[in-house]
Design a protein around this ligand. Structure first.
Ligand code: DHE
Length: 524
């Protein structure tokens, strides 16, 4: 049997423990933390879970909660036995995974095509700027889809449950990071775009970015890990690791935290710096990448727990969610200092957020959230609209809690809001679209899953709007379990009608979609 320090914890065999540990890593650690100290999800340390007991925990795991805990049983992802296994597992002591050094990283690194042997110019006829990199979550792959023809260009092997794709500043290399911390470098100039390099940067990761400041384009790449809690700076074209920086340390409340996971990273347009969110400490690191030997980094006190975010339309200010504080933190990347901490709705979750011109309040950035239906619209122009800057100028009412992403485009007057994690299937399968020209009107609700016309009864969660380069199409994933059919639905932005559905047996669990041009230039 597996030995644990709390005698009241239910028994488990070593075999059960090993299986549950793997499932926990794949499904739970992202929200609850490797050490189970909690962040987006509640803390699950044995002092709490043993008190609650197996039966209570099973209900939560099986049916989820409106605040964003997935319904693992009723969605078909876990069976009864797995729910029972996980309810017992989280009452055991959390195992501490090993550290991961620069040497471990270097050993894992592969250069499939060394720089000298790479193509010297674009060797294909694709309109690269309109390619979409689509996460095939449970397949450990991304699909590269031609945004013009809607044809799949290639399915590229990547890490497990890829989290995001980020485009290099020069528009050639695509950086793709898996939850298992495998980072792939894809060369879009190849006749058939594919991997040219790969590295494992830790055991669990969510974020990657490259240098975008003028003169430094793609020279340095950075990847942040959830475990170990650190980030690594690498050469942009070979992924050779150069410097690891640990994020362990004191929180904004001056308490030590052993696992401050690295959440969103963005690349400053104002200075040769990366902005790195350390989730649990609530600190935003500003890392100067010009001298890796004498590394200079400044830490700004924001709030807990930092998650995702993006720039305002001028790309000077970084707005990021501190989701357990129900706040949005604003960093001025020109002055390297906090500009504001703004109270918003429950558990803000912007993705990269949405920038548009509010007819009454001027330039704004908006976020929806997991915890309630509110959409916070925040003024972002301290020069010409000083009174509105860094204030919630309006709160829109979306379809409900469980919203993950919000999106618009400079050429559009629509603001699209998903509700992918809402427990009501009707809500999770549809999206709300607001008319930016008249935000007093209630949103139109569009049943995107119905457009996909899928033949089976999967979860069909509609997730993450993403525009094409021209800003006249918006793409949605219709996301079902890996043994069910999924699809991508393309909506005509002007008419708000479904224009195309991309279906293919290889499109397994599509979630995030990243348009090359929009990702390269931080257009959202
Ligand atoms: Fe994400 C962005 C972490 C679950 C799809 N997600 C991010 C970022 C972080 C993060 C830190 C910002 C990266 C950046 O900008 O550098 N996500 C986490 C989690 O910890 C969490 C809550 C649980 C987990 O175990 O991973 C989680 N995320 C999910 C999903 O279940 C989603 C819906 C489906 C999937 O593919 O896993 C999902 N996350 C995404 C997407 C983005 C993202 C599509 C990028 C949005 C964008 O427009 O930039």
């Amino acid at each position: 049997m597996h030995a644990t320090s709390n005698p009241k914890a239910p028994p488990m065999t070593e075999e059960e423990f090993a299986r549950a540990r793997q499932i926990y890593f794949e499904r739970c650690a992202g929200c609850h933390g490797v050490l189970r100290k909690g962040a987006t999800g509640k803390p699950l340390t044995p002092d709490i879970t043993v008190e609650k007991g197996t039966e209570y925990l099973k209900v939560f795991i099986g049916y989820g909660s409106p605040a964003g805990m997935p319904n693992w049983l009723t969605s078909g992802e876990f069976d009864e036995k797995t729910v029972d296994l996980m309810a017992r597992y989280i009452q055991q002591d959390p195992p501490t995974p090993p550290e991961f050094s620069l040497e471990d990283m270097e050993k894992s690194r592969k250069e499939y095509v060394p720089v000298a042997e790479r193509v010297k110019k674009k060797m294909n006829n694709y309109n690269i700027e309109n390619i979409f990199s689509v996460t095939l979550r449970d397949a450990g792959e991304v699909a590269l889809i031609d945004g013009d023809t809607k044809q799949i260009i290639n399915i590229v092997k990547t890490g497990y449950a890829v989290h995001i794709s980020r485009m290099g500043a020069k528009g050639r290399y695509l950086y793709v990071i898996g939850r298992d911390a495998r980072l792939n470098l894809i060369d879009l100039w190849m006749e058939k775009p594919d991997n040219v390099a790969e590295i494992k940067v830790g055991l669990e990761a969510r974020s990657v970015e490259t240098s975008k400041f003028k003169g430094w384009e793609d020279k340095v790449a950075v990847a942040g890990t959830y475990w170990p809690p650190q980030f690594v700076l690498m050469d942009g074209d070979t992924l050779k690791p150069r410097k690891i920086v640990s994020t362990r340390g004191m929180t904004v409340d001056n308490e030590y935290h052993p696992e401050p996971r690295v959440a969103a990273i963005v690349s400053s347009h104002e200075k040769p710096e990366f902005l790195v969110n350390a989730k649990e400490t609530g600190k935003i690191w500003m890392v100067d990448y010009t001298d890796l030997t004498n590394l200079k980094a400044k830490q700004l006190d924001a709030a807990k727990f930092l998650h995702d975010g993006g720039f305002d339309s001028t790309r000077r200010y970084f707005l990021t969610a501190a989701n357990s504080s129900n706040k949005v933190a604003v960093v001025d990347t020109k002055e390297d200092k906090m500009a504001a901490l703004i109270d918003v709705g429950k558990i803000p979750h912007p993705g990269r957020g949405a920038n548009f011109k509010d007819p009454k309040y001027g330039p704004v950035w908006a976020t929806s959230g997991l915890g309630d239906e509110s959409i916070a619209v925040i003024g972002t122009d301290p020069k010409k609209h000083k009174d509105n800057a860094w204030k919630v100028v309006r709160s829109l009412k979306g379809q409900g809690g469980g919203s993950l992403f919000i999106k618009t485009h400079p050429k559009s007057s629509n603001l699209w809001v998903d509700t992918a994690l809402n427990p009501d299937a009707k809500v999770s399968q549809s999206v709300a679209v607001f008319d930016i020209k008249d935000l007093s009107k209630p949103p139109q609700v569009i049943d995107i899953a119905a457009c996909a016309g899928l033949k089976d009864d999967g979860a069909k969660r509609v997730v993450q709007p993403e525009y094409n380069k021209a800003g006249d199409e918006v793409w949605f994933s219709v996301w079902s379990a890996k043994d069910k059919e999924s699809a991508i639905v393309v909506v005509d932005d002007k008419t708000r009608t479904c224009k195309a559905t991309i279906k293919d047996a290889k499109l397994i669990t599509p979630t995030g979609k990243f348009n090359v041009f929009n990702t390269q230039h931080d257009v959202y």
